[in-house]
Write a protein that binds this ligand. Sequence first.
Ligand SMILES: O=C(O)CC[C@@H]1NC(=O)NC1=O
Ligand SMILES: [Fe+3]
Length: 404
Amino acid sequence: NAKIATIDKTSDGDRFSYCMRNNGAVAIKDDMIVWVGDADAIPAEYKDAAKFPYHDLEGRLITPGLIDCHTHVVHGGNRAVEFEMRLEGAGYEEIARAGGGIVSTVTATREADVDQLLKSALPRVDALLAEGVCVIEVKSGYGLDRETELNMLRAARKIEEVRAVRIKTTFLGAHATPAEFKGEPDRYIDEVCIPTLRAAHAEGLVDAVDGFCEGIAFNTDQIARVFDVARELDIPVKLHAEQLSNIGGTKLAASYGALSIDHVEYANEDDAKAMAASGSVAVLLPGAFYTLHETQLPPIEAFRKHGVPMAVATDCNPGTSPLMSILLTMNMSCTFFRLTPEEALCGATAHAARALGLDDTGQVKEGMRADLAIWDVSHPAELSYRIGFNPLFDRIFGGVSMKS
Ligand SMILES: O=C(O)CC[C@@H]1NC(=O)NC1=O
Ligand SMILES: [Fe+3]
């Protein structure tokens, strides 16, 4: 859990000082990053390799460790068959009738125990760590019954025990109405979702509360009942909103001071104003946009105009975003949504930290956690530019190099 002690002031990285350093070098002592800056500016005291086995990064780029602020990496089974059916022309209804959709993942998730859920999530977690990710947000939402929702969150917490990564958990009981409550979303919210939220909170499993506010999921009144309990328990909220239509989810979430509002393809300028007023982060999820062949673009210009911070995340889930690459996510956010490479990198670092309510990581700044990513690139735009290429040289988590 080392912190960054000193940032070289002479570096030309000031324009991106929150974000990146060129020609980087770090001095490490007792697993503590004691200095970060340009290789040619290392203070003489840190050049004593015996005392400070500093890493001369030979001109490589240093950025904050990346953050994936929206994932469903814990889940059972997969939806490859559904993918095949869709490509053979099956529509959403036919797939659902064949037992596809969220329901099929719920079935597979309920059949797994905590260790099986953990085991099946680890390859997805490792794919993210391999690209310099130091923080991962993990949601529940495929149990939709008390025990399985708790098991999902227990598995998410266990990831930190077996990997050098920080996990932030999110309760997403209001993801879908399970088959046994078909047509009765209100009864599901009252009899299962809210009591399970209370149980998960009592077990220390919940860092945030989320919901899916959409015509095919829950309306604003149902989400509000869940958010009222989150507020009572003093748990911050976030929301999947305006993904497929605009039913007022963004404004509702902003009224609760949501940490983030996610997807937001169908959000409008009024929504952007509400987000600016509440300080909510817009989390862009190009993987779902791509998988669903969506055509409605999020209101990026409105977010820029009103100063709404934008984050980017994989939304790694088995149905609409089976995506395990934060770098490809950054590339897609530029290519599909026209973010600049700097916005994309900030979206996977400083703004992603803010979407999780974290103020101790996501920036290369004194006092911040020494969560860093070291890249074999000479310009930060290369991180969003290439498609399917990983230039990571080293990942430093809490001051500890993964190469050591
Ligand atoms: O299809 C799935 O498994 C999840 C769908 C996913 N959940 C959500 O709230 N929006 C989505 O696209
Ligand atoms: Fe999601």
